[in-house]
Design a protein around this ligand. Structure first.
Ligand SMILES: NC(=O)c1ccc[n+]([C@@H]2O[C@H](COP(=O)([O-])OP(=O)(O)OC[C@H]3O[C@@H](n4cnc5c(N)ncnc54)[C@H](OP(=O)(O)O)[C@@H]3O)[C@@H](O)[C@H]2O)c1
Length: 238
């Protein structure tokens, strides 16, 4: 896909990996609708990236808000070419110390929110002849387990399963689906998640550039799954 003038929806655009993806996509000439709850951060990003970045204040767990925005913004003639499901939260605790509210919030964001927007975008993409692409940001913890991570692993194994089923369902509609599973990335995720960062984390811009590469592959070539790790992870506090 040639990214110039393509329309992308990007969730979790306000910071971290999402902000880096927004920068990489607009740098390639795409128009990016960047979704998050923190409108101040989104507006700051628009000041940096220009009007090709369109801030959208939505909580993706709110199905009515997602539905209303989709209806107001897109039609069969003005349809997103790209959806990047990047918004996600992580909180790490032992199973008997995990409050039900934490579990539910993680499933609502990482799985239900993913479903609400993808189901609506896919309905529009299916009506087009041109190639479209959905990229889901999973995690290495969607492939392997980790102690004190049952909730996050459950949600990210879910992203993996969702992506696997979706690529098979949507490939005949000329819609690519990619699940990108990164290891630790240098973002604010570590401040709120309760797990320790290490010295050699992946850089958000490098992951964003990889996503650009995946999007730019020829129409008849699908990278349906990609795992990206730091080469030499080493805990700061070992
Ligand atoms: N950092 C890592 O080591 C790592 C590793 C593997 C996978 N990942 C995955 O990569 C993705 C991005 O993570 P990150 O590291 O960039 O984390 P981050 O810095 O904490 O950013 C998370 C983004 O998600 C948005 N978000 C969260 N809940 C939302 C909601 N209900 N509605 C709309 N937006 C919401 C946040 O925006 P607002 O708060 O403004 O809403 C923010 O823009 C996540 O899916 C994460 O699970 C991260």
């Amino acid at each position: 896909m040639i990214l110039h003038n393509k329309i992308a929806i990007l969730t979790g655009a306000s910071r971290g990996l999402g902000a880096a993806i927004a920068s990489a996509l607009t740098g390639k000439g795409a128009i990016v609708y960047g979704i998050a709850r923190d409108i101040d951060s989104l507006n700051k990003l628009r000041n940096e990236l220009g009007n090709v970045f369109r801030p959208v204040q939505i909580d993706i767990t709110n199905v009515l808000a997602v539905t209303q925005w989709m209806k107001e913004t897109f039609t069969e003639k003005y349809c997103p070419d790209i959806l990047i499901n990047n918004a996600g939260i992580g909180s790490f605790s032992k199973i008997d110390e995990t409050p039900a509210t934490t579990w539910i919030e993680m499933m609502n964001t990482n799985l239900n929110g993913l479903f609400y927007i993808t189901s609506q975008v896919a309905a529009l993409m299916k009506k087009r002849k041109e190639s479209s692409h959905i990229v889901n940001i999973g995690s290495i913890l969607g492939q392997v387990g980790r102690t004190a991570a049952a909730a996050y692993c459950t949600s990210k194994f879910g992203v993996q399963g969702f992506s696997e089923a979706l690529y098979i369902e949507l490939r005949s509609f000329n819609i690519k689906v990619t699940c990108l599973n990164p290891g630790s990335i240098e973002t604010d995720f570590f401040k709120s998640s309760g797990i320790q960062p290490h010295e050699n984390m992946l850089h958000p811009a490098d992951i964003a550039n990889t996503i650009v590469h995946v999007l730019e592959t020829p129409d008849n070539m699908l990278i349906n799954e990609l795992t990206i790790r730091p080469l030499q992870p080493k805990a700061l506090h070992q």
